[in-house]
Design a protein around this ligand. Structure first.
Ligand code: KG4
Ligand code: ZN
Length: 338
């Protein structure tokens, strides 16, 4: 089917989000976040997230249909994040999506949240879809991927062996006394600091494409203990530089060794301003075409699920069955499942 009208639902963590696309064209992207309800706990509380999804689901769907100026009966297929994520949160989304698909008698696609982060690139219709090296950096995952066809064929080249990049940002923010989620807070504070002030370790710099941020986390904690009066902004900037440096070195090494000259950066940490700035410089120097989604589409949203589903429908991928299983962990090599 060309240019299908797709409604996509995302509830893997603390955002209840619905996106609507026609083909690769974005028509609506509505998000209701429960992040403020979790802030005082310093992390997402699954039970609170699930309840917030239940309350927000219907109004968010109604708002998305209104923004897109389409009727529910015009939708060709329903897409939903079926994993990875918090299981109770995922179940709210998959139940809502199954109900809609059943009621409308339309196909249901349970899609991979991680693949959807990468698929967001397709929302820029000027982009030719083709092979790319993907750097996927979110709260729960950091991977380098060879993307041949996002809906059907991706190959993971390397991944975090301990903390994900976003998790490292969140933990260091906590050490620095910053609010949750920590990524945007560190990004902001780092702007007032010197990224060369402290030479923090670059983990696993001599292996291929795996990441490790736990040594860096320990180094920052030790530095804070030994130097309690150190300028917080310098620590934030130097920590951020260590993360970003490793992410880009490995991604560009993957481009060089595979001969793929496009780098696609996606996931919540792709919103980081220093990562985006350094990526522009280093990709230009390496002759690599850089693709980064607009910052608002880097963190979790419904548009990414809708466009991922649209790519799957257009590629003729088989639909999922009603009542498909929500999975808390799923490999990136499984973009859609039955
Ligand atoms: O993709 P995402 O919204 O949710 C997951 O799938 O995990 O990513 C959330 C992560 C959080 O760890 C958050 O701190 C991080 O992305 N993040 C950032 C920035 N904005 C969000 N990290 C660094 N700099 C940012 N500007
Ligand atoms: Zn995400």
């Amino acid at each position: 089917m060309s240019s299908p009208l797709i409604l996509g639902i995302e509830t893997s963590c603390d955002e209840t989000a619905v996106g609507i696309v026609r083909g690769r064209k974005l028509l609506a992207n509505v998000i209701s976040s429960s992040v403020e309800e979790h802030a005082r706990f310093g992390g997402v509380v699954p039970e609170i997230a699930s309840r917030a999804h239940l309350e927000a689901m219907q109004p968010v769907i109604v708002q998305a249909l209104s923004d897109a100026q389409v009727k529910l009966e015009d939708i060709d297929a329903i897409g939903v994040t079926a994993g990875p994520g918090l299981i109770g949160a995922l179940l709210v989304g998959t139940s809502a999506a199954s109900g809609l698909a059943l009621g409308l008698d339309k196909p249901l696609y349970g899609v991979n949240h991680l693949s959807s982060h990468l698929a967001v690139d397709a929302l820029d219709e000027s982009h030719k879809l083709g092979p790319a090296i993907g750097l996927l950096v979110s709260g729960g995952h950091s991977s380098i991927i060879q993307v041949n066809d996002i809906a059907q064929s991706v190959q993971v080249l390397g991944a975090a062996i301990d903390d994900a990049a976003g998790e490292a940002f969140d933990k260091i923010a906590r050490l620095l006394g910053l609010d949750f989620p920590g990524g945007p807070e560190i990004d902001k504070l780092a702007k007032e600091g010197n990224e060369s002030a402290i030479d923090f370790p670059r983990g696993l710099s001599d292996t291929d494409y795996d990441f490790s941020f736990s040594g860096l986390k320990t180094a920052v904690a030790r530095y804070l203990q030994k130097t309690p009066n150190a300028k917080r902004a310098d620590i934030a900037a130097s920590f951020q530089e260590a993360v970003v440096d490793v992410l880009l070195n490995k991604s560009l090494a993957a481009c060089a060794s595979t001969g793929i000259d496009t780098l696609l950066i996606a996931g919540g940490v792709a919103a980081n301003s220093r990562l985006r700035q350094l990526a522009v410089q280093r990709c230009a120097a390496a002759g690599v075409l850089l693709r980064t989604p607009p910052t608002a589409l880097c963190t979790d949203n419904g548009a990414m699920v809708a466009v991922m589903t649209s790519l799957a429908v257009s590629a003729g991928v088989k639909a999922s069955h009603i009542g498909l299983e929500a999975l808390s962990t799923v490999p990136l090599s499984q973009p859609v499942w039955a």
